[in-house]
Design a protein around this ligand. Structure first.
Ligand code: PXP
Length: 241
């Protein structure tokens, strides 16, 4: 049965907008776990635009489920992963100018490179995943690299601008899941998944984890804003009377 792993980067994005202390992704992670998340994901980006080193260190101490670290395959992140020892590391491409991760890693021609990169990570007992598009060549390359997991990028499916395009992208993902399973890879899905576009995966066997952030945080604002406003209005009413 697949499980939900919640990405709390977006909470940190809101905090960093004011460079302040709230909302705190560490608190959000705790609430996500109380809500039933099977794991917490953070992407520590090179430019530290949302998650900070402090967040990762605190989450390592406080997460009671599984802590997943998304990161670019750089020397700096290699050292941080080995110092932190999360449950899983997911290698993602990273560009400074992008709003969010825009596509999967290109593994072609990087086999030896990434096998070496992951060797110490595996030796430290950290599981690895490679964030890739649902492309048979990439899936085959992931198998050759020796990663236990892949995360199939669902962003093209989520962002499809027509029903036809969405159907095509869905087919690619379903085919990719099957191919990865045939290779003995474990499959996670993530990027752009929400409360409706996740439904077509309901009958698909072999999905281990859904990695979801933005739609859950957006929903949290929608379902929580009314109460937050009521609480402030109550304070104003009370001190004004
Ligand atoms: N998986 C990866 C590799 C990502 O980079 C992201 C975005 O940080 C997600 C999953 C979650 O995507 P979303 O925030 O759109 O749910």
């Amino acid at each position: 049965m697949p499980v939900l792993v919640v990405n709390v980067d977006h909470v940190a994005t809101l905090r960093q907008a004011r460079m302040g202390r709230e909302p705190d992704p560490v608190t959000a992670a705790h609430l996500a776990e109380l809500g039933g998340a099977h794991g917490i994901i953070v992407h520590l980006r090179e430019d530290r635009r949302h998650i900070q080193d402090r967040d990762l260190a605190l989450l390592k101490q406080t997460v009671q489920t599984n802590l997943h670290l998304e990161m670019a395959a750089t020397n700096e992140m290699h050292a941080i992963a080995l110092a932190t020892v999360p449950h899983m590391v997911c290698l993602v491409p990273e560009k400074r100018e992008e709003l969010t991760t825009e596509g999967g890693l290109n593994l072609i021609g990087r086999g030896q490179d990434l096998r070496d990169y992951l060797a110490d990570i595996h030796a430290a007992g950290i599981a690895s995943s490679l964030f890739i598009d649902a492309d048979p060549e990439q899936i085959q390359a992931a198998k050759a690299i020796g990663s236990e997991y892949i995360e199939i990028h669902t962003g093209h499916y989520a962002d499809a601008s027509s029903r036809e395009e969405r159907k095509t992208e869905l087919k690619k993902i379903l085919h990719g899941i099957q191919l990865a399973r045939d290779f003995g890879l474990k499959v996670n899905l993530g990027h752009g998944l929400n409360y409706t576009n996740i439904l077509p995966f309901a009958q698909t066997p072999g999905i281990e984890e859904y990695s979801i952030g933005h739609s859950i945080m957006a929903r949290a604002i929608h379902v929580g804003l009314g109460q937050a406003v009521r609480e402030m209005a109550d304070i104003i009413r009370t001190f004004s009377s």
